[in-house]
Every structure is written in C-alpha cells, then in structure tokens.
Design a binder for this molecule. Structure first.
Ligand code: BG6
Length: 464
C-alpha cells in the first residue's frame, strides 16, 4: 500500500457546464444558443432525439445539488455561465432572471465552502451571433468582450477563478472540420479563423479583467491530447506527431501561456495559404495578456504516424499532415470506445512544468464515459461504478507523481458531477458521480464513486 497524500488546500471538485445541466424553463428569458437552433432544425442528429432543454434541471434545483456536492466531498465546482441566458441577443440587454439564477448558485456554493470555478464559453454561441458568422466574424470578439465584462461586473466580487473558454479547439474541429457542432461545415480556412478569434477574445477578456482591477485570477481550460509518434526514431512519424500537437494543443497553449503562436504551426499553415486574417495589434494584445492559471482537460492521447494513405477529404485538412493509427495493445474503456492511458495526464503536467514556466494549473476535466450505465445499478438503486473509481485512482496517482516532481497542480475536477446532456451524444455516455433518472423527474442518486470521492477529499488523498 502506498499513501497518496495531496498538498494542503488541494481542490477536490467536479466539472459541468451551463448548457449541459441547466435546462430551459417557461419565462426564464434565455435566448437560443446554436444547440437550441440545431435541435430545432435537425433533431434526428441527437442521440435518441434528446435535445438541449432536457437536462438535469440545475436551474431549478440549486439547493439540492449544492447539498449533493457537499455530500460528495467537493470544495470546488466548475461550471459555466450561458452567454445566451445572460445576454439573450448576444449583445445588449442583460436578462434579470439569469442574474438572479447565477447569483443564487454562486452564493449557495460559497455559503457551503465550495469555490466556484466559472467558465464563460462552453461551446454555446448565441444563435443571433451565429447568424452573423459566429466565431468566423470578428465582431463576435467584441460581443464576447462585452459579455465577459458583464460577467465580471455582476459576479466578480465573489467569483475568484475565471476561465475564458472551455476547449477552444472543439468549436474549431466540431463546427468547421468534422461536423459534430453547428454549423457543421468543412472548411480549414474558417477553422483557423475561428481558432484565432477565440484566442483573441480570450486575450481581450483577460485585458478587460485586469483593466477592471478584478481581485482574482483568470485562465483558460484546454483539452490537451498528447501526440505520441508511432516510432520515436522515425523522423516522418515524429514530424507528423509534432504537427498534430501544434494544431490541436499548442495553437491555444502557446498564445495563452507564452503570448505567442508556435513558429512551426505558422510556417506549416502559411505554406498552404491557411493563415487567419488578423491585425498586427492583435498579436501585441495576445502577447500582453497571458493567463494566470490553466485548466487542463485530459481524456485520451493521439497516436500518430506519418500519412501513408490518402485521406477521404477533397479539401485541405489538418490530416494532410498526419494520420492517426490504431496502436496495438492499447488499453480501451470497454464501455465507450476511448483509449485509457493514465500516464498521459502526467505527460501533460510535466510538459507544463518543463516548457510553460510551471504555471499554476488544475485538472479541470478527466473522466470515464459509460454507455448503458443502468446495467450496473444494484438492488438499492445505486450504480456500482468500480471501473470509475479505478479510472480516477489511476489518474490521480500520476497527478500525485507530477506534484512530487514539482508540478504546480492545485486541484482535480472530475467530469462530471451529475450525469449530463452531452451535445449530439445527449445521454449516451454517463460520466457523473451522481446518476440522473430522466424517467423519474431527474431523481439523483450518488454512485459508489461519489461516496468514494467524499472519502478521498476528506482525507486529502488515499491509500492504494
Ligand atoms: C468534454 C467536454 O470534452 O467531453 C464536455 O468539455 C463533454 O462538454 C465531454 O460533455 C464528454 O463528451 P462525450 O461525447 O463523451 O459525451
């Protein structure tokens, strides 16, 4: 048995997002986001045709949910404000019902000694702004800055940990490369423009935060996918992995933390005439407004080799530079087809320590999705998710090792708290510490992992 003790004041939390948990209610004043819009247009794309209004009802169950956070040992909770709830038209008038809701949530968390980690953009573009081009349109950056300023003004007295974006690569790849977010088009030029505007908006929010003399910290949440080459001694494989790392990770990590874009990515995109449109002053702004802290979401790595066979796209794609491959012998999550590679979390943290000035960071998401999780319910109605306990334990061991070696890791947030709605996948994969019974008015039951987490948090560590 080894003792895994974590630093004092370590944050034991879990993560969720507004659009995936709040729901929509008569008279709540929320405007449509791209998810409401897309569901109205093409409900058949959503798993079991379940749309974004059918959630865990976080909007109307604040007290109950905060009590559950407490019962599962949380001292932090990460969620997001919905832009289309706070400012239904994307810019202009603020929705008073939204202000009341977020105030109540924040106050209830704080009253229970749970620190709110608040993110401002979790894939939920207001529909009105998408009609004008969304992140492809530079004017969206202005609207986002206005929204961020509104958030700081309204909630900055109590929220001390802000994040500008969650996984900014996902709207890029989902919306403009691989068709799993609205507007589901395939256009690399648009994709890089979206990536640049998101990054610019992040720097603009950080500049505003500091100009408004807010007394807290501001960062960004990035999903880091370490890219491992098939053969470390094969220069073409290594170069392919380096491109995947630059495109999916360093395109946000470098400007966010170092204030500059990776030279190799710029050269590769320039060679195919795929650089975004920008102004010289934008680069200066990004340079001067780097993050205070980083949220790291880690799920699985990328296994990369040099491209050997033509891909199926007829337009320029990132895949022109690399190919993913099925690494023999890799460990898989048997309940959802993703690789499990626990050491990847350590590699991400070590990379931040060695190459990004050991900036303070948090694990802002890490978790295990399970299809048909009802099959693990016992006679008392509890889900016995030993596989999740094992998954989190194995990842925490590597987080612990990174900390021992000097990584500046301040907390761990599991994805997610209560099973939630997940975009096109709706309720296909369950991730929570707490199960959600949709057929029974959203009844919540703490899973075995939730009880286990309470012990871990209370002891600030575990023996294993
Ligand atoms: C994360 C996102 O990348 O993955 C979440 O931040 C999402 O919003 C989660 O729900 C799980 O995704 P999926 O597709 O397995 O349900």
């Amino acid at each position: 048995m080894t003792k895994y003790q974590f630093p004092q004041d370590f944050y034991w939390g879990s993560a969720a997002s507004g659009p995936q948990s709040e729901g929509r209610y008569e008279g709540d004043g929320k405007g449509d986001s791209i998810w409401d819009l897309w569901y109205k247009k093409q409900p058949e794309l959503f798993f079991n045709q379940v749309g974004p209004e059918k959630t865990s009802q976080a909007y109307i169950r604040i007290k109950e949910d905060v009590a559950l956070l407490k019962a599962t040992g949380h001292n932090s909770y990460r969620t997001s404000i919905q832009w289309s709830r706070l400012i239904p038209e994307g810019r202009g008038a603020v929705n008073p019902a939204a202000v009341a809701f977020y105030n109540e949530l924040i106050d209830e968390l704080i009253a229970n000694d749970i620190e709110p980690f608040i993110n401002m953009y979790h894939f939920d573009m207001p529909a009105v702004l998408q009609a004008e081009g969304g992140w492809t349109n530079r004017a969206t950056v202005d609207a986002y800055e206005e929204y961020a300023r509104t958030c700081f003004e309204l909630f900055g007295d109590r929220v001390k940990k802000w994040f500008t974006h969650n996984e900014p690569i996902v709207p890029v790849e989902g919306g403009y490369l691989y068709e799993f977010h609205y507007p589901a088009i395939v256009n690399l030029k648009d994709a890089v423009q979206v990536a640049f505007h998101e990054m610019l908006s992040s720097a603009r929010a950080i500049a505003a935060y500091r100009e408004m003399k807010q007394d807290g910290t501001i960062g960004i949440v990035l999903n880091l996918t370490p890219s491992y080459p098939r053969d470390e001694n094969n220069a073409a494989d290594v170069k392919a992995a380096q491109f995947a790392d630059a495109f999916f990770n360093r395109s946000f990590l470098d400007p966010s933390v170092k204030g500059e874009y990776p030279a190799d990515l710029v050269a590769d995109l320039k060679a195919i005439d795929m650089l975004p449109t920008y102004e010289a002053a934008d680069l200066e702004l990004i340079k001067n407004n780097t993050v205070d802290l980083l949220g790291i979401n880690y799920y699985q790595p990328r296994r990369i080799k040099a491209r050997e066979t033509a891909h199926n796209y007829t337009v320029p794609m990132p895949e022109d530079f690399f190919e993913t491959y099925d690494m023999p012998g890799k460990k898989m999550n048997p309940y959802r087809g993703w690789e499990i590679y626990e050491k990847g979390i350590y590699d991400c943290l070590t990379n931040i320590r060695e190459n990004y000035g050991n900036i303070p960071c948090y694990i802002s998401e890490n978790g295990m999705g399970v299809e048909n999780e009802e099959r693990f319910i016992d006679e008392n109605g509890q889900i016995n998710d030993d596989y999740r306990i094992e998954f989190v334990t194995d990842h925490l061991k590597f987080v612990h090792q990174a900390i021992q070696e000097g990584s500046n890791v301040k907390g761990y947030h599991m994805w997610t708290f209560i099973d939630n709605w997940s975009w096109l996948n709706a309720y296909k994969n369950r991730y929570g510490f707490v199960s959600l019974d949709l057929a029974n008015d959203g009844k919540r039951t703490i899973k075995k992992s939730g009880h286990w987490y309470k012990e871990v948090a209370t002891n600030n560590g575990f023996d294993a």
